[in-house]
Design a protein around this ligand. Structure first.
Ligand SMILES: Cc1cc2nc3c(=O)[nH]c(=O)nc-3n(C[C@H](O)[C@H](O)[C@H](O)COP(=O)(O)OP(=O)(O)OC[C@H]3O[C@@H](n4cnc5c(N)ncnc54)[C@H](O)[C@@H]3O)c2cc1C
Ligand code: SF4
Length: 342
């Protein structure tokens, strides 16, 4: 582990100015070999950031802490009835937040099912959305894979049991954020603020960057940019939802597969609109469009849920060691639809 300076930013402008590179940029190894460039990077709770530094995958000269920047950890109801969440709000505080539990229970469940109680008390929602993937080749400095600027994906024909079953060429990571599965299904937006104070707002779904667009980053955050808010829209009273996760065992590890279902169902039980998102399935949270179409206009019952669950796997291209995810996802999608629609 290298020595690095620690600075506490006291304003947003100071924090953005201090983010000379994103962590994804800073982990890309130059073709001439090892030696990650000296950079200054942002720290929130520090769970993922310090892990990468300790593993020798990142060698910043400075770490800029967001903790003292005012206004980044609040949760407030907006004038239109939606919810604005500061990126420094912890996973534990959000999982227990009365408004999140009442209006967005799929998110409360996803947050409450992430990691361990100790980690949830420190980890922030912003850091969770921006954490780097868990691919063990990415996380080992013995492998300079495509995502780190190398020329080869070691997972495609290697140890790929935890990898993607959709859109897995040329890189087969799965997006690591459990919260993202629920947030994308709920139609969340994010606000990104640059050093000049100008903010841009985009759908979280569009903030994530598919591997075929750019393999060296998972999101659209640039240098000198700070994630300043996550917003949830107000949902109609007829919207129902469910989040279901399956882990390898009942422990604090990332899910093998997880599903969020958000259904707008009329008084006859007919689905007017469906949002179905699969986590741990693809390099970005995966929207199961064919399954959404299979649900829309139908009365939500067990038979329709089964049909939609089969449709959710359309286009899957499992790798040598992860075909077990197909029946797993089929079962989780069916259960999530029945739970949300019932
Ligand atoms: C044992 C274990 C189990 C876990 N299980 C799960 C799980 O089941 N599901 C899950 O989703 N996660 C899981 N995690 C991951 C954990 O939740 C994340 O590492 C954590 O949420 C990251 O948040 P943080 O606040 O610590 O971010 P940090 O580590 O401080 O930052 C993460 C990244 O975000 C950047 N960053 C943070 N905030 C901002 C901001 N506002 N603006 C710009 N850049 C920013 C940092 O520069 C860094 O690149 C697990 C972790 C461990 C150790
Ligand atoms: S899946 Fe992606 S991150 Fe993992 S080895 Fe392949 S290119 Fe690298």
């Amino acid at each position: 582990m290298n020595r690095f300076a620690v600075a506490a930013a006291s304003s947003l402008a100071e924090a953005a100015a201090g983010a000379s590179a994103t962590v994804a940029n800073a982990m890309t190894v130059p073709p001439e070999g090892h030696g990650y460039s000296e950079v200054s990077v942002i720290k929130a709770g520090g769970i993922d950031l310090l892990d990468l530094i300790k593993e020798g995958l990142l060698a910043p000269s400075k770490v800029v802490n967001l903790k003292d920047v005012p206004g980044l950890d609040g949760v407030a109801e907006e004038a239109d009835g939606g919810l604005r969440i500061g990126p420094m709000a912890t996973l534990a505080s959000l999982a227990a937040h009365p408004k999140v539990r009442a209006d967005y229970p799929a998110l409360a469940d996803a947050l409450g099912d992430s990691a361990s109680p100790q980690i949830r008390n420190v980890a922030t929602l912003g850091g969770n959305l921006l954490q780097r993937p868990r691919c063990w080749y990415l996380r080992s400095h013995a492998f300079r894979c495509l995502r780190k600027g190398g020329g080869h994906c070691f997972a495609i024909h290697g140890e790929n049991q935890y990898h993607a079953i959709f859109n897995n060429m040329p890189c087969a990571i799965v997006h690591p954020s459990t919260a993202a599965t629920a947030l994308v299904a709920l139609g969340a937006t994010v606000e990104i603020t640059g050093a000049a104070g100008t903010a841009r707002r985009l759908l979280l779904e569009n903030f994530f960057v598919p591997a075929e667009r750019d393999m060296q980053r998972e999101n659209d955050l640039g240098p000198r940019e700070i994630l300043t808010a996550i917003r949830l829209p107000k949902l109609a009273a007829s919207v129902r939802m469910a989040y279901i996760k399956q882990g390898e065992k009942d422990s604090f590890d990332w899910p093998l597969a997880d599903v969020a279902a958000v259904l707008d169902v009329d008084s006859r039980g007919v689905c007017r609109h469906a949002s179905l998102v699969l986590g741990a399935a693809a390099p970005v949270p995966y929207r199961a469009g064919t399954a959404e179409a299979a649900l829309t206009g139908k009365r939500v019952d067990e038979a329709v849920a089964r049909q939609a669950a089969r449709a959710a796997l359309d286009g899957a291209t499992p790798l040598s060691k992860n075909a077990y995810k197909l029946p797993l996802f089929e079962a989780l999608v069916r259960r999530a639809i029945v739970k949300a629609g019932g």
